[in-house]
Design a protein around this ligand. Structure first.
Ligand SMILES: N[C@@H](CCC(=O)N[C@@H](CS)C(=O)NCC(=O)O)C(=O)O
Length: 215
């Protein structure tokens, strides 16, 4: 059985596994409390970040690479258009843009807001990272003006990547989206696979519930 280490971006992987109907075990990793002593996890990912997976003899990190691996190794799946499908290129683009162009830049802002000394929390780099996020979001918005999902008319793993990133921005820096993006998030998160992943990802569920209580 596949073991998924950690939530955070591991939520993407849990969501994909639910959509694909693959059995898995979620092994919690607490980055804020005692990860230095978590020898089992550090043996899986000596770099100490999440998510990671172990699938038989395969050990991997990087949420998007894990998604591509799972779809290739345990597919085929309608969540990943085949290479000769007209939507393949746009699918690949948004699958990666969800991390490289959206969630990645938000990471820099979140880490600076939480970890930097008070006087350095609003610096040039956080402004730059936000501009990167906004410019890439423009590509998402342009696509959503034409199709209900980022790779076209049907839901794919690229929507898992992008939806996670949009929710990450909303939940961490309070980014306010326009109607089209809000409708998109509502559409993708209404799926049973998302709900089941949420039920399994107890840390994410508790975090989101805490945010709702605070607002
Ligand atoms: N590009 C990586 C980003 C992974 C990442 O930033 N994970 C966060 C939690 S969601 C983390 O482990 N941060 C602590 C660290 O990087 O040391 C991915 O998509 O998996």
């Amino acid at each position: 059985m596949i073991t998924l280490y950690g939530e955070g971006r591991g939520f993407r992987v849990a969501w994909l596994l639910e959509e694909m109907g693959l059995p898995y075990r979620l092994r919690q990793v607490d980055l804020l409390d005692g990860v230095e002593q978590d020898t089992e996890f550090l043996a899986v990912n000596p770099a100490g970040f999440i998510p990671a997976i172990v699938d038989g003899g395969v050990t991997m990190v990087e949420s998007i690479a894990i998604i591509e691996y799972l779809l290739a190794r345990h597919g085929p799946s309608p969540l990943a258009p085949m290479v000769d499908d007209p939507s393949f290129a746009i699918y690949q683009q948004f699958l990666h843009l969800g991390e490289a162009g959206l969630a990645g830049p938000i990471n820099a802002i979140v880490a600076t807001h939480i970890l930097a000394p008070e006087a350095e929390r609003e610096n040039w780099t956080t402004g730059w990272a936000l501009d990167i996020f906004k410019s890439r979001l423009g590509l998402v918005s342009r696509q959503l003006a034409n199709t209900p999902y980022v790779a076209g008319d049907r839901f794919t793993a690229a929507d898992i990547s992008v939806t996670y990133a949009l929710q990450f921005a909303e939940r961490t820096i309070g980014f306010a989206f326009d109607t089209a993006e809000r409708d998109y998030i509502e559409r993708t998160t209404a799926r049973d696979g998302y709900q089941r992943a949420m039920d399994n990802c107890l840390a994410t569920k508790a975090w989101v519930a805490g945010l709702a209580r605070a607002n």
